[in-house]
Unconditional design. Structure first.
Length: 276
């Protein structure tokens, strides 16, 4: 068996009762780079008649170290109990985040999947860690030198047994879509709306353009903005007819597809310049 990939780090808030666990609405954390799980087991032996009569190597606990391309603000709020303050950038919607000491950090479920090759066939192994508590990550920055050096983000968490005595679930699938769907079910992530598609590509034109937006998700609504802000069901214009770009103009169109039972689509960004 050869392991050849890692994708789709997701998490979901955990709630435990006396004898059951449940998860809230999950989110995709970031684009995955590395995931390392280290397990701590019992090492207890009972000797009898000058030999080992019994042994116990059961799971005690563990740690997970994740490396990804970015740690988004929403994850800092969900996983590290940062508190959102005032909006400081109207374009990105970024807010001031405040971190306080002495705050009990939440328990979450964490999952991801990776590809492997078994006897020439590609398979997808998905892992769901049922109870994890992350800690505040280190923050390393360095000045730019002669060569570009990409800095990634890391987060470390403690893996625990949940109230039912389980610490991990895993399953292997023949398709990537099935692995992702299984993780979505575990983490409570709704399927994304299909992306918004534009009839006009980004570029410079010497005549007026009529931009038609569509999505393949039945019943989804499309919201768009032309002021650079992030569109959503509460920000922007509900798309109902083609967007006209006339000369002279430089227009940034951002659009998203939304539906109550689905997660929002990825945001489409268009930059259309019309000259005289």
């Amino acid at each position: 068996m050869a392991k050849i990939g890692l994708k789709y780090i997701v998490y979901s808030p955990l709630t435990e009762t006396d004898d059951a666990v449940s998860y809230g609405t999950g989110k995709v954390l970031a684009r995955a780079i590395n995931a390392n799980i280290n397990v701590e087991s019992n090492d207890v032996k009972l000797y009898a008649d000058d030999g080992i009569a019994e042994s116990d190597h059961s799971f005690v606990g563990g740690t997970i170290a994740l490396e990804f391309d970015d740690l988004p603000d929403f994850a800092k709020v969900d996983l590290l109990r940062y508190v959102e303050g005032d909006t400081v950038d109207p374009v990105t919607g970024a807010k001031v985040l405040t971190a306080s000491g002495g705050v009990l950090l939440p328990y979450v479920g964490v999952g991801f999947y990776g590809a492997k090759v078994v006897r020439g066939a590609r398979r997808y192994r998905a892992i769901w860690l049922r109870k994890v508590q992350f800690s505040e990550p280190s923050d390393n920055l360095s000045t730019r030198g002669e060569n570009v050096e990409f800095k990634t983000h890391e987060a470390e968490g403690t893996i625990m047994v949940d109230v039912t005595g389980i610490w991990k679930e895993e399953a292997t699938f023949s398709t990537e879509a099935n692995a992702r769907a299984w993780l979505n079910g575990k983490s409570g992530i709704a399927a994304k709306c299909a992306p918004v598609v534009s009839s006009v590509a980004s570029g410079t034109y010497n005549a007026a353009q009529s931009v038609v937006l569509t999505t393949a998700t039945d019943g989804a609504a499309i919201y768009y903005t032309t002021n650079g802000t992030v569109p959503s069901a509460t920000n922007g214009t509900l798309y109902s007819e083609a967007i006209s770009c006339t000369a002279p103009s430089n227009t940034c169109i951002k659009a998203v597809a939304t539906k109550a039972e689905n997660a929002n689509s990825d945001i489409l960004e268009l930059y259309i310049t019309v000259t005289t």
